[in-house]
Design a binder for this molecule. Structure first.
Ligand SMILES: C[S@@+](CC[C@H](N)C(=O)[O-])C[C@H]1O[C@@H](n2cnc3c(N)ncnc32)[C@H](O)[C@@H]1O
Length: 436
């Protein structure tokens, strides 16, 4: 990794703010990777922080600034009890609960609960502005890029930086008109922020699991590949490199924002001639029967009707071709390589992640593939290991955020004691079947 690529996201955001002539801005975000470093190292740049259905809360980082923090959260799902505990530990924080709402990573929050999020944010921002007025900025509307961060400016008023919202299909779009009436909104994107950064940091641990599956498929030069649910194109780009551009790849996804990012990343790597990006729903693919030699869906079937997706993959694969799948595994424990007491180990290693009704995140993958008509299904439960870097940090923070303060202290001591032996392994089920 070059020095330029390894620059932390907070430095990139700071450079962007400087370029736009902004010292301080309101900010709204979803993933802690986007705001954690900023608040820790450059707190004066953050006028307020609006966390929308956040995935992970860095309590220690937030605590000194809790009065300038709004948390909007659904009241459903595994993470709510942990969030409530974090909120108890953040005196002064403002909390808005969305009733009867479970915001999964792929929920389209601004479509689902636009009115409530709008009111919560606008009221909170107005209060912060009354308390500590933020000067307006005059910026031309349009797009730009600085330090690897792409941005789009809309509206006038004090600056409001909008980080990406998970896998949400619509991102901030439904709320932008209301926000842009009172604020200069700066919507940021690119490989270093949001879900794109999150997906990119899964390699090489995750890509090793992908390689096992792809090797099992055994592509011949020239054979065509479809990757459904390609997201930011992490796997499709890896595949193009791995096969030395000998296999035309179609990356298909339902999410326009991620497809845009995928296309830019592939072009930057000179891989655009071998990968074609298509907007498509995996439950009803717009391709002819038998169109591909191999089809793949990696960590996608958790998010929709897994059987419908498999049926489509089988349909568009030629007879004799291969269908490959990887799903996160809620039925296998994670492995945390730390000297932990049994109860704490159990708590850290289980209950991570979720799945929609009809989705697949367990060993039912193997039976589903057979029922979809595939033969010779090779079953490959696997672990992706994160032993250093950003992903290890993200996963350990995610686990730590689910612990009580006493457990979190034990956790920190165990990490210090483990030294270089500390790693976290994430379980996956994966399989390759042959279309008869
Ligand atoms: C966790 S990401 C995985 C991305 C990529 N496969 C990888 O391994 O890096 C899941 C992706 O599946 C996409 N997705 C979810 N449901 C889908 C559907 N019904 N059709 C197509 N894509 C879908 C999401 O938009 C997201 O990009």
């Amino acid at each position: 990794m070059t020095e330029q690529q390894s620059q932390p996201v907070e430095e990139r955001i700071l450079r962007l703010l400087r370029r736009l002539g902004i010292d301080r801005a309101h900010m709204a975000a979803y993933l802690p990777g986007d705001w954690g470093g900023l608040l820790e190292r450059y707190p004066s740049a953050v006028a307020s922080l609006n966390l929308i259905c956040p995935r992970g809360v860095k309590t220690e980082v937030l605590r000194p600034h809790a009065r300038r923090v709004l948390i909007v959260s659904g009241d459903g799902g595994n993470g709510v009890a942990d969030l409530m505990r974090a909120v108890d530990d953040l005196p002064g924080v403002t909390l808005t609960m969305l009733r009867d709402y479970f915001s999964r990573m792929w929920a389209d929050i601004m479509v689902d609960r636009r009115g409530e999020v709008r009111s919560a944010m606008l009221e909170f921002l107005a209060l912060r502005d009354d308390e500590n007025p933020l000067p307006s900025v005059q910026l031309p509307e349009g797009e730009g890029e600085e330090a690897g961060i792409s941005y789009t400016v809309k509206g006038t008023g004090p600056p409001l930086l909008l980080f990406p919202l998970g896998l949400a299909a619509s991102q901030w779009d439904p709320l932008l008109p209301a926000l842009a009436e009172r604020y200069t909104t700066i919507t940021v994107g690119g490989r270093y922020v949001g879900m794109v950064a999150f997906l990119e940091t899964r390699g090489p641990g995750y890509l090793r699991a992908v390689r096992t599956v792809v090797d099992e498929v055994g592509l011949e030069p020239g054979q065509t590949v479809l990757e459904v649910g390609c997201g930011a194109g992490t796997v499709a780009r890896w595949l193009a490199r791995y096969t030395e551009k000998r296999n035309p790849v179609v990356g298909a996804d339902i999410n326009a924002y991620l497809l845009r990012e995928a296309s830019k990343l592939a072009a930057a790597e000179g891989l655009d001639e071998v990968i074609e990006w298509r907007s498509a729903n995996g439950e009803g693919l717009p391709f002819a029967d038998g169109r591909f030699d191999a089809t793949m869906a990696f960590t996608v079937m958790e998010e929709g009707d897994a059987d419908a997706m498999l049926a489509q993959l089988v349909r568009v694969t030629r007879p004799g071709g291969k269908v490959a799948a990887i799903v996160r595994s809620l039925d296998m424990p994670w492995w945390v390589n730390l000297p932990l007491p049994p109860d704490l180990r159990h708590k850290a290693q289980t209950g991570m992640g979720d799945v929609v009704e009809g989705g697949c995140a367990d060993a039912s993958l193997y039976g589903r593939m057979e029922r979809a008509g595939l033969k010779d299904v090779v079953m490959l439960p696997q672990y992706a290991t994160y032993a250093s870097g950003e992903r290890l940090q993200q996963q350990q923070e995610r686990m730590a955020s689910r612990l009580t303060p006493k457990e979190a202290e034990e956790w920190r001591q165990a990490i210090a004691a483990a030294g270089n032996q500390f790693f976290i392994s994430q379980p996956f089920h994966s399989a390759v079947g042959t279309r008869p």
